[in-house]
Design a protein around this ligand. Structure first.
Ligand code: HEM
Length: 516
């Protein structure tokens, strides 16, 4: 009753004045705080409520490029109400990439809370103790030599399956009747194939269970269907293209079943029996009587074995971190190789020298990977020009000093990787694609190049999937370019790509035909 009386007491003009006063006070406070902020840096003027979101209309890449050009190597923007310092020069990033101090990722945001990652797992976990716990297990599983062998084995297997589908489609699509097994051409979208490939690979190496998205993608284009049962293949391609929130809910549900069943199987298994080396098995057995190695915290203390819930989030992070990154990078590599035929030729010479043409059973082994030095340089140079992770967010967990300023706790930073990797002070002709930067000691100072190049970040937060990513991509380069001629369907068409959390290739139309 009293509330109603108060509401009735005021007229519409009073409400308008109240609204106007609140708005003016908010705007005044907003710009007052902006003006008295510590270490004021140049940057685009933030607007109340939306900060600098309006600057992102032309995409993240062009915004960072513009910031660097206009405001220099260190400037500031405002996102989600947080002041954020954008750093675009490798030297200033050293602080974050050194192992001497830990830094966080980002503070609370509603979106992150909604997808269920805030404060859990690795990437978006701010609590040092909890992050460190997950990170030690994650790294242990992904860097285990047995895990690498599993990755190599399945990359070879899945590639063979995919290559079989290309042959089948190539023969179906080649209209002329006079083709033989080696005389067909296929125009196809590499983005579609490698998105599915990365998905199938990461699923099997993390959970030990197969998905069938490559087969599902093949079925969408072929009159002959894949040999896998329909029930397994159906909708696989649609699933990997669905929205992350939807996938996350289903994956959580499926993971619970998979983890429970695997635990039971492992418990029943005799101690002397060899176990699989997928991530799930390694995580379940870690620090139990069945583990092959012990996982310790950074202070050397033994960690408790992981619960199902903890394992689930680690698996999900590996799947989310390991699909789009590798598939997009492989597409970008293909694009640059086709645009620079002399680089492609040099790469093919390297591949042919390691795998002689006569080899019938073409399998890439761990030993072969270390020999693919020029291929490795191509991967780095592609990621230099267009880094798959364009930036990495960090935030200080204590006071610190660098770039001539003292930064308070919880200052947000965006490390502008694309800006640093294309910085004209550090890279000569940065716009030219030249893998020799990472290969030719006589032309480039390799120590200088390594110091200034950023691909997987650095320090405590360095990408834990780096070895898996490099192994997968090197293997794919050898396997694909050894067996196929690959050309862009339209060499003059600009690359279709978008920048969100990762630089993502939207489509890559190529023409492939057998080489040998
Ligand atoms: C070409 C492939 C990849 C690239 C370029 C890449 C790049 C990066 C970068 C730049 C970071 C931030 C590091 C930092 O802040 O210092 C990162 C973090 C991370 N990456 Fe990757 N990544 C790739 C593949 C993978 C794969 C295959 C996985 C997992 C299977 C993975 C899982 C993660 C995780 C969990 C983090 C968060 C680490 C933490 O906060 O402690 N990434 N990655």
């Amino acid at each position: 009753m009293i509330t109603q009386k108060i509401i009735d007491f005021f007229g519409i003009t009073d409400y308008f004045i109240l609204f106007f006063l609140t708005l003016t006070t908010y705007i005044f406070t907003f710009y007052y705080n902006y003006l008295i902020r510590p270490n004021p840096l140049p940057g685009p003027l933030p607007l109340p409520f939306i900060g600098n979101l309006y600057n992102f209309v032309y995409g993240l890449k062009s915004f960072y490029e513009q910031c660097q050009r206009k405001y220099g190597d260190i400037c500031e923007i405002m996102i989600n109400g947080h002041r954020c310092i954008v750093i675009s020069q490798p030297k200033y990033m050293e602080k974050f990439f050194s192992h001497s101090s830990y830094s966080g990722r980002l503070l609370y945001s509603q979106g992150v809370e909604e997808i269920g990652f805030y404060g859990r797992g690795i990437t978006l976990n701010e609590g040092y103790k909890s992050w460190n716990y997950h990170r030690q297990f994650f790294t242990y599983a992904l860097l285990a030599p047995r895990f690498m062998d599993t990755t190599i084995n399945f990359t070879n297997k899945l590639y063979k399956e995919m290559s079989g589908y290309w042959q089948s489609l190539g023969k179906q699509n080649t209209l002329s009747n006079n083709y033989d097994n080696k005389n067909w051409i296929l125009e196809t979208d590499f983005h579609g194939w490698f998105h599915c490939f990365a998905n199938d690979l990461i699923s099997i190496v993390t959970t030990g269970e197969r998905t069938y998205t490559i087969a599902s993608y093949y079925n969408t284009q072929s009159t002959i269907k894949s040999e896998h049962p329909d029930a397994l293949v159906e909708d696989g391609y649609k699933f990997v293209n669905a929205n992350v929130n939807f996938i996350k809910d289903i994956i959580f549900f499926i993971f619970d079943e998979i983890i429970k069943n695997r635990r039971k199987k492992i418990e029943e298994m005799p101690l002397d029996k060899d176990m699989n080396s997928d991530m799930l098995t390694l995580l379940i057995t870690a620090n139990t009587t069945k583990s092959i190695a012990k996982v310790k915290a950074l202070d050397g203390k033994m960690l408790k074995p992981m619960s199902d819930e903890e394992i689930r989030i680690n698996l999900l992070e590996a799947i989310l971190g390991g699909t789009d990154t590798t598939s997009n990078l492989f597409c970008l590599i293909t694009y640059y190789l086709c645009k620079y035929p002399h680089v492609k030729q040099k790469m093919i010479l390297e591949i042919d020298s390691i795998f002689p043409k006569s080899s019938e059973k073409f399998n890439v082994s761990r030993n072969d990977i270390s020999k693919l030095k020029y291929c490795k340089a191509i991967i780095k140079e592609t990621n230099r020009i267009i880094p798959v992770a364009m930036f990495t967010p960090r935030c200080t967990v204590g006071e610190c000093e660098f770039a001539g300023y003292k930064w308070p706790t919880s200052t947000h930073f965006h490390l502008n990787i694309i800006g640093a990797n294309n910085h004209p002070k550090f890279w000569s002709n940065p716009e030219i694609f030249d893998p020799d930067r990472f290969y030719d000691d006589n032309k480039y100072d390799q120590k200088f190049v390594d110091k200034n190049f950023i691909m997987f970040g650095g320090g405590h937060r360095v990408c834990p999937g780096r070895k898996l990513a490099m192994t997968e991509i090197l293997l794919l380069m050898a396997l694909v370019f050894k067996s196929y001629n690959v050309e862009l369907v339209d060499i003059n068409k600009p690359l279709k790509f978008d920048v969100g959390a990762v630089a993502s290739c939207q489509e890559l139309k190529v023409r492939i035909s057998p080489r040998i």
